[in-house]
Design a binder for this molecule. Structure first.
Ligand code: DAH
Length: 339
């Protein structure tokens, strides 16, 4: 019997196969239920008592050897299949997809470009601010609810350190540092203590605009915003100004654009009104000019502020603001841009 085992092992050692099916045939021949090894185990009971130990060991060794050999052969076929049989080194590589710009960056850059054509430059200010730049210099009365902990993120140790709730703070910084003519926009990130939902986030982005010079009028504001809206949403876009209130502008207005989705006929995006509210604006309150060191008797100005998320959602029909912050490439890849 030992002789037979030795023979089988030699046979296995020298075996060569050329097809996957042959490996399967080997498995059946050696280690399947009715295979040679099980036959050996069956014959084992007839082995002389004094040989049992040696024969038992030899069968077990053969079994392990057969199993390893068959697995090895199987694997080598699988690897070859994976590599496509032979590797063709002249094949083109897997294409590398270039990254895409974030939709908020695309729209921010578009807004910057539009205003650049009207001579507006870009300025930025700090995200961590103080009460003066976010509220006091902008004419917010001390008891104004925006100063409430519920709306503004304050630093507990020092109530004069806070995260800016709007980019209007940059208006103040620019006016403090320069004299008219001032014509600039201020894109940036803002923070509000709000519950996160499909429509609201505690971090979002705004673009603020400011124009201060001699004889700046409400008509200038209106034409500027009309030009901007048509560049951004299409030349047929109409605008509508509704009276509103902001502490830092007088008079103040909110601006709607005709719905770019339905063309003003009414749809679920504009809630069947035909209009979409996109920004707040107004003539800079003379108090604000004076507080920032600009002579309100000589100069006047207009300002406006808009949320980039909101505009991007309207432009692309995005229904949930949280998409912007989740970094899911399936969402992000849908926005290709040239800017
Ligand atoms: N700062 C306002 C906000 O965050 C937006 C705004 C409204 C800015 C009117 C302005 C403006 O410059 O004139 O909601």
């Amino acid at each position: 019997m030992l002789e037979k085992i030795k023979q089988l092992k030699e046979e296995l050692e020298n075996i060569s196969v050329s097809a996957k099916q042959e490996v399967e045939d080997l498995r059946i021949k050696y280690i399947s239920k009715k295979g040679l090894l099980n036959q050996l185990f069956a014959d084992f009971k007839n082995v002389e008592a004094d040989q049992k130990k040696a024969v038992g060991q030899a069968i077990n060794e053969l079994k392990e050897f057969a199993q390893n050999k068959i697995n090895e052969l199987k694997e080598s076929f699988e690897n070859a299949e994976h590599a496509g049989g032979q590797t063709d080194l002249s094949m083109p590589a897997e294409p590398l997809r270039p990254g895409t710009r974030h939709p908020l960056s695309i729209v921010r850059n578009e807004i910057i470009e539009i205003f650049a054509r009207l001579g507006f430059t870009v300025a930025e200010g700090p995200e961590i601010e103080d009460d003066w730049h976010v509220f006091s210099a902008l004419n917010f009365p001390p008891e104004h609810p925006a100063r409430d902990m519920q709306d503004t993120f304050f630093i507990q140790k020092d109530p004069d350190v806070l995260l800016r709730t709007h980019t209007s703070s940059v208006q103040v910084r620019v006016m403090e540092k320069s004299q008219p003519p001032i014509r600039a926009i201020f894109p940036g990130r803002v923070f509000r203590n709000e519950a996160i939902s499909a429509r609201a986030h505690c971090i979002f982005h705004q673009v603020e605009g400011l124009y201060v010079d001699e004889n700046v009028s409400f008509a200038d504001l209106k034409q500027t915003l009309l030009y901007f809206s048509r560049e951004l949403f299409g030349e047929k876009t109409q605008i509508r100004l509704r009276p509103s209130y902001f502490p830092f502008t007088e008079p103040s207005a909110e601006m709607d654009v005709s719905c770019s989705i339905c063309g003003g006929k009414g749809c679920n995006v504009c809630k069947y009104t035909g209009w979409l509210e996109i920004l707040g604006c107004g003539m800079v309150d003379p108090n604000v000019l004076d507080l920032c060191g600009i002579d309100s008797k000589k100069y006047s100005g207009f300002a406006f502020g808009m949320g980039i998320e909101r505009i991007t959602m309207l432009k692309y029909g995005i229904k949930d603001i949280r998409h912007f912050f989740e970094n899911d490439v399936r969402f992000l890849r849908q926005f290709e841009s040239t800017i």
